[in-house]
Design a protein around this ligand. Structure first.
Ligand SMILES: C[S@@+](CC[C@H](N)C(=O)[O-])C[C@H]1O[C@@H](n2cnc3c(N)ncnc32)[C@H](O)[C@@H]1O
Length: 230
């Protein structure tokens, strides 16, 4: 595993670099359609439940949030870029309010007027269960793979505190040759998924889809994590 992690281990992307990407339109991670893996696995996530509270760490302007809200679920997201959040509401023709958050100095929360969607503009690592409680589902696409590799333990510790006992957490990770790309997105080996979450969660690999390109291979892994106590 260390040979997979070493090339990217010290890469640090500052929050201001993410904002620059938003301002310059360098957001190749954004997809205009609902994520196929979310659609495919929605029954596994819901597990018979209705009105589930979803958490989207590092939400960007993912259209999946609107899709879930249209299905009657509620969504809380965290995103550092105010532009990303405003674009989400504007591109989906939603009006919204903006409030400060007493318990999170410097943060703002953007709330849809029509749908049950609240997006916090702050560093994810300042967010906690004291702000919005725990969640029944977490959709993690472009999140664990986007945070700086050195922050993964902190990330796993935070995410597991946000999981309610019946939470179903879908975690998307990527594998490719880390010598060829500096990331993000960063490589997260399977073994590390187990090291990060295995003591607190049961982990099922739902899908593993590989592509070959002329230079490299690329594998997308989709996991379902559930708290071990449930
Ligand atoms: C790779 S993008 C993925 C966005 C979204 N999940 C998607 O699938 O389209 C990562 C996003 O996280 C935001 N971000 C990066 N680090 C963050 C942090 N520490 N706290 C909050 N947002 C962060 C970036 O601005 C960017 O929009």
């Amino acid at each position: 595993m260390s040979s997979m992690l070493a090339p990217q281990a010290d890469r640090v992307m500052a929050l201001s670099e993410w904002e620059d990407r938003w301002q310059e339109g360098r957001i190749g991670f954004h997809r205009p359609q609902v994520n196929k893996m979310l659609e495919k696995n929605i029954d596994k996530v819901l597990n018979g439940r209705t009105g589930v509270r979803f958490f989207f760490p590092l939400c960007g302007k993912a259209v999946d949030m609107k899709w879930l809200a249209d299905l009657g679920h509620s969504v809380v997201g965290v995103e550092i870029s105010e532009k990303g959040i405003r674009d989400f509401f504007e591109e989906n023709n939603m009006t919204y309010s903006v409030e400060t958050v007493a318990s999170l100095p410097g943060a703002k929360v953007f709330k849809s007027s029509e749908k049950n969607i609240s997006l916090y503009q702050c560093d994810l690592f300042n967010f906690s269960s004291s702000i919005e409680g725990q969640f029944g589902a977490i959709w993690d696409r472009g999140s664990l793979v986007a945070i700086n590799p050195r922050d993964r333990e902190k990330y796993a510790a935070l995410i597991t505190t946000l999981m309610a006992t019946d939470c179903r957490y879908i975690l998307n990770t990527l594998l490719y040759n880390p010598e060829l790309y500096k990331g993000p997105p960063f490589v997260v080996p399977e073994e590390q998924v187990h090291i990060l979450f295995g003591s607190r969660c049961s982990i099922e690999l739902l899908h593993s889809v590989s592509d070959m390109t002329d230079r490299d291979y690329r594998t997308e892994n989709v996991h379902l994590l559930t708290p071990k106590t449930s």
